[in-house]
Ligand binder design. Sequence first.
Ligand code: UDX
Length: 472
Amino acid sequence: MQIAVVGSGYVGLVAGACFADLGHDVIVVDNDQKKLSALNRGEVPIHEKFLPELLHRHRGVRLKFSDDLETAVRASSAIFVAVGTPPTEHGEADLSYVESVARGISGAINSYKVVVEKSTVPVYTSDWVRKIILRNGAEAEEFDVASNPEFLREGTAVTDFLYPDRIVVGADTPQCAAVLREIYAPLADGSYYMRPDAIPRPDRAQIPPPLIVTSAKSAELIKHASNAFLAMKISFINAVASICESVGANVQQVCQGIGTDSRIGPRFLSPGVGYGGSCFPKDLMAFRAVARECGYDFRLLDEVMRINEEQRHRFIRKVRSALWTLRGKKLGVLGLAFKGGTDDIRESPAILLIHSLLQEGCQIAAYDPAARERAQEALNSSVTMTEDAYEAAQGADALLILTEWEEFGALDLNRLKAELKYPIIIDGRNLYDPEIMAAAGFTYYSVGRPAASPEPISGRAADTRTKKGTRS
Ligand code: UDX
């Protein structure tokens, strides 16, 4: 099928490349000339596993990039809208890009088209897109508006797209649902997975994935409700971790105990420095605003956001209780991205924490395997970026782990200890076993677990206990 994807951000670019891999002919439309030339030159603008392979495989053949929306719409049976929906100052999603694309599509409709919302949008957007297209001259029977939310995570976006837990198609007419079923047929009938050149199957993938057909409004709600639920799970476990710290329990054991209940499940129960990224913070605020507009006061979401923010304050308090005073302290920081496996620093807890620590007068040397350049810009060069984790630790009063990169959980502990001025690690992602860290000679603080040290811990560490569980 000929498909147009409007917007070449994370969702648009990944969806475009994956649709091409399913065998469709895809035109990705964007009005950013610099981005288009970079894509046409073969550059890959985001750090995403398997994306370079897919772009290399299909660029110029089944995957084209263009700034001509009208031609792309005329040529296509389905137009996926994957433009940005940034938050307004009141937290609602700004839908002006969606509206302007809907206007552009309207003028170009020359036969039946399915216009698909792929960006995360509030419920009722499909109604509005429909109205705008009608208002600008298209006939009602010439198009349908569908919602096909995307659940991809950054870092694993390509495999999330090709091996999804489910495909949600929000379509209000059988004709519209049929077009979307056809687009996803290679996944839903399993034929994609038989191909020798298919992108490798990740662990836990359920194939073929179920394709769920709902109304457009239900699909819009599914996306917001899913993200809000996942963020709630993270805030829930962060709250439990705080209680663990006050009573000397171990959140990891608690997680094992609750996560094995199949109704709860073990995933998204890792406590840490709070969630970040381009989706959860923005989508929670937007969902909160949508609920308010619909007359429901969704205060549970306020609490999820409050706990998330509090988690960062708790971490700063932990650093202070480990080091006593902060002014002039030299800190090594591992991790700048909002999570491991990506170079994205949007709403990154690491960046927010670094800002607070700089304000407290700390000097910071930081390392991230992918996000250094982006972080350097965001931090106005106030942080020294290093080439590896050991250099970040050099001469530091303590080392902070702020992003869950896999490599940060497999460091050479002897080398690390030799680099640090004091063997103190404050791990905001629980990457190490406290017992092992104490045995390796570190004073080790983590989230929701007793602090560990070769010596009994002294000082103001009110929320920590020694590894034997006695109050310090
Ligand atoms: C999220 C959703 O998972 C995805 O379905 C949606 O399409 C977009 O938003 P993403 O933002 O890429 O994806 O990241 P995700 O892996 O969900 O992590 C979000 C944040 O939560 C990160 O900061 C991560 O470190 C944090 N997190 C995640 C935790 O603190 N604990 C967990 O158990 C899981």
